[in-house]
Write a protein that binds this ligand. Structure first.
Ligand SMILES: Cc1cc2nc3c(=O)[nH]c(=O)nc-3n(C[C@H](O)[C@H](O)[C@H](O)COP(=O)(O)OP(=O)(O)OC[C@H]3O[C@@H](n4cnc5c(N)ncnc54)[C@H](O)[C@@H]3O)c2cc1C
Length: 395
């Protein structure tokens, strides 16, 4: 008999990690529900496209029986990453591998969420359920939602992202601010609004680097450009200065102050963006450890958030889901399955987090452009010519 048979399973968070786990457990016949704070499935899922990797994100989708749906929805046009200096001079063009073991096909977050949702029975996801707090209640976990509902679960999994509410039940260790924040903006109808930048992207993606700052951008299927301006800053002061930049002129002034010496080429991004959102980057300690609890655990960003400079966050979230589902199917005891999952996950994330933090240092070094271009050239010089490493997320 499976350890999850007859158990009521609650997954908090319907992101890629939580929904992948829900699908894999559904295939095992589990009684599983996902509690998601978004109001409904039509809530717009925003953010950069995600590149899935053969041995993690794609492996999880394969186990979920959803590879065909993935290939019907991926973005073959996001196959080129251009690296530029702060003046907009192209330093290197990196073609993405689109087949073979080291492929990194890109998919938008919305279609990824949709294909996972479509694979689940309709009532699996409980929308508009924001977890407020959780506590142990006998052999169960009591989940208190912001709208007033209280749910008792035999097994609770926190897949609720970087600011997880379930995490406190598992460990007192909190994610820390890494000292770098991103300013996110989206420019609608970019071909018309920012034609010079639209041409520079060649329909794909670009990262400009220099003087301890980054500016990453990518095209979206609706013709917009999503961009992330990254800088080292105090969280509170940076947020305040951005909030004060309301008009297009003030936003340009903000850019000039915070990106000194950068070309005016980039300014229209800031003046025409629909909004500018401050996003502080967090990281969990690489060597974090905690005692496994018998009926609650974490996965994805809730367990091990890190900056996006290795392009591994979603891949690790989906691999966590795969490993956990496999152990729940294989082990004869629920507590043992959770302990074995956590041991594998925490050990895997130790190296991944260290590598990611080294990449983050590199991207914000004074000579970042030289370092990152050399890194990307080294991929091109491998015998196979394939991208065999963990380069930055394609923003
Ligand atoms: C700018 C940027 C670019 C990135 N690019 C890449 C990339 O190219 N490749 C890559 O692998 N990773 C990338 N990442 C990282 C990636 O986005 C995350 O690692 C990934 O989304 C984690 O998935 P998750 O399911 O664990 O969490 P999330 O995607 O954060 O999903 C969490 C879900 O939980 C819900 N939720 C949150 N709180 C509650 C609550 N209290 N109650 C109920 N529901 C709740 C949220 O609404 C959400 O649906 C990037 C991140 C950033 C910031």
């Amino acid at each position: 008999m499976s350890v999850i048979e007859g158990k009521r399973i609650a997954i908090i968070g319907g992101g890629p990690g939580g929904l992948t786990l829900a699908r894999l457990l559904h295939l095992q016949g589990a009684d599983v529900h996902v509690y998601e704070r978004d109001q409904n499935r039509d809530a717009r899922v925003q953010g950069s496209a995600l590149d899935l990797h053969e041995h993690s994100g794609l492996a999880a989708l394969k186990a979920a029986g959803l590879l065909e749906q993935f290939w019907s929805n991926y973005r073959p046009d996001l196959n080129l990453l251009r690296l530029a200096d702060p003046q907009g001079n192209i330093l290197h063009e990196h073609p993405r591998a689109t087949s073979g073991e080291h492929q990194r096909p890109e998919i938008e977050r919305g279609p990824l969420r949709d294909l996972l949702l479509d694979s689940l029975p309709p009532d699996t996801v409980q929308w508009d359920q924001k977890l407020d707090s959780a506590q142990f209640s006998g052999a169960q976990v009591a989940l208190q939602f912001a709208g007033g509902e209280r749910v008792l679960a035999d097994l609770a999994i926190g897949a609720d992202g970087a600011n997880s509410r379930l995490r406190a039940l598992v460990t007192p260790i909190c994610p820390q601010y890494v000292g770098v924040s991103l300013v996110e903006g989206i420019v609608p109808d970019a071909k018309e609004t920012v034609p010079a930048l639209w041409s520079l992207l060649k329909g794909s993606a670009l990262i400009a680097l220099g003087s301890g700052r980054t500016l990453g951008m990518g095209t979206k299927p609706d013709g917009s450009i999503l961009f992330y301006a990254g800088l080292k800053s105090s969280d509170a002061e940076g947020r305040r200065s951005l909030d004060q930049a309301a008009s297009p002129e003030q936003r340009i002034a903000w850019f000039r102050t915070n990106f000194p010496g950068w070309s005016a080429l980039w300014e229209p991004l800031f003046s025409t963006a629909a909004s500018l959102v401050w996003r502080p980057l967090l990281v969990c300690p690489a060597n974090q450890q905690w005692e496994a609890k018998p009926n609650v655990t974490l996965l994805g960003d809730a367990a091990h958030v890190m900056p996006p400079y290795a392009g591994e966050g979603v891949n690790m979230a989906m691999l966590d889901a795969l490993v956990l589902a496999q152990l729940l199917a294989a082990e004869s005891n629920l507590a043992q399955a959770i302990a074995a999952y956590q041991e594998e996950m925490l050990a895997r994330m130790r190296q991944m987090t260290e590598d990611t933090m080294m990449n983050t240092e590199m991207f914000y070094a004074h000579n970042a452009a030289d370092q990152v271009v050399s890194l990307f050239r080294s991929f091109a010089n491998t015998a196979s010519g394939e991208d065999t490493s963990r380069p930055a997320a394609q923003l």
